[in-house]
Design a protein around this ligand. Structure first.
Ligand SMILES: *Cc1c(COP(=O)(O)O)cnc(C)c1O
Length: 367
């Protein structure tokens, strides 16, 4: 039976289950005695900040993180005034005023940002809230321990600032046995002694599952909210939030020796039926899935054959009844039978990359 096509004008339908995102938030929030924030960077990991942020605010989330100032400005329009929005990258040089204007709290990552934010506070003649990020070993963002030591030698290093959060980020939280986790946690405790009484935050999604020692005052999950497994190799305790169904454009029969796709890399070993579906790498469906990934038809696994093209790819649907695979019919790329993590593993990457790549071409449906 041909399933009804939601949006025959688009190549695929991306369905986001906001109920699942909310349930995931609740589950994570229930794991801690502290508070739980939500990370919204990259358009809520590609699934739509405009829909996700208000849904999480309704679920009781009061603290949000974006990466860029621009994302923070957009987010400010989407959540109630009382919600805090932290900008992880801090204020780019010369933009402190905009942070102030949109009530965005910068995460100050180095002495330069600290200095700039202090200067703004001085000019405005008032104390400004700020988060302070400390580098505990990842060498990505945050004040280095040597800089922190130099800064905190002067008693007025925080003058004009009201630190509302001290935070750091774990490099190996998805590997529970990795010695970096404990080392970074201890380092965090030592370094944050210069900020007594300031609420602390260390755990991303995987960090939450390292146990209460890592929870501090505020959890900072992103991925887990959107259904990515925070504990790779173990059963996913969270709900899938995204499903993707692609439309069949054409079906053909091929013979032994026929080739499929660019580069003529896939050579058919016998008579096969090939369906061309309307999703390709320009939709964010990774090209590395060529000859390695799968789709599902009514629960039956069908392989991607040949290279993923810009706007389409081939599926070997020989095992599927012919009347099921006709132009306009839908196949599952993600959903009940295939998680975002499984797609990622076939593509040789992580669920984060699969989600954040999902393009703007799909018809989107929010439940
Ligand atoms: C992206 C990010 C998070 C969220 O990480 P997840 O693994 O998606 O939960 C938390 N904190 C910082 C600093 C981040 O950059």
């Amino acid at each position: 039976m041909v399933e009804s096509v939601e949006a025959p004008r688009a190549g695929a339908v991306l369905t986001v289950d906001l109920g699942a995102v909310r349930a995931n938030y609740r589950q994570l929030a229930n794991m801690t005695r502290g508070a739980c924030a939500a990370v919204m960077k990259a358009d809520a990991y590609g699934i739509g900040m405009e829909q996700v942020a208000p849904a999480l605010a309704l679920e009781g989330c009061k603290v949000f993180f974006t990466a860029h100032l621009e994302e923070g400005i957009r987010l400010r329009q989407l959540v109630p005034e009382h919600c805090a929005i932290y900008v992880l990258h801090g204020p780019p040089p010369g933009t402190a005023k905009e942070c102030f204007q949109y009530d965005l709290t910068p995460v100050l990552n180095d002495p330069g940002q600290l200095h700039e934010w202090r200067t703004v506070a001085h000019k405005l003649g008032r104390e400004l809230p700020a988060a302070i990020q400390l580098d505990t070993g990842m060498s990505r963002m945050g004040i280095a321990s040597t800089d922190l030591a130099a800064l905190s030698r002067t008693s007025d290093w925080l003058q004009g600032l009201r630190p509302t959060l001290v935070m750091s980020h774990l490099a190996c939280a998805d590997e529970p046995g990795h010695p970096m986790n404990d080392a970074q946690r201890r380092r965090f405790d030592t370094l944050r002694e210069v900020l007594p009484g300031v609420p602390a935050s260390l755990a991303n999604s995987s960090g939450v599952f390292l146990g209460p020692d890592y929870h501090y005052d505020l959890l900072r999950p992103g991925a887990a909210l959107y259904g990515i497994n925070p504990q790779p190799g173990m059963p996913n305790p969270l709900r899938q939030a995204v499903s993707l169904r692609a439309r069949v454009v054409q079906v053909r029969s091929v013979c032994e020796g026929d080739v499929v796709g660019y580069g003529a890399h896939h050579v058919c070993a016998g008579e096969r039926r090939i369906a061309t579906v309307a999703v390709g790498y320009a939709d964010g469906w990774l090209r590395s899935l060529s000859g390695r990934g799968f789709a599902f038809v009514d629960g039956i696994k069908v392989p991607i054959v040949g290279r993923v093209s810009m706007d389409s790819m081939g599926l070997d649907v020989t095992g599927i009844p012919a009347e099921r695979i006709v132009p306009g019919a839908e196949v599952e790329l993600m959903g009940a039978h295939q998680t975002v993590d499984e797609v990622a593993s076939a593509a040789g990457t992580i669920g984060y990359e699969v989600l954040t790549r999902l393009g703007s071409r799909f018809h989107r449906r929010y439940l």
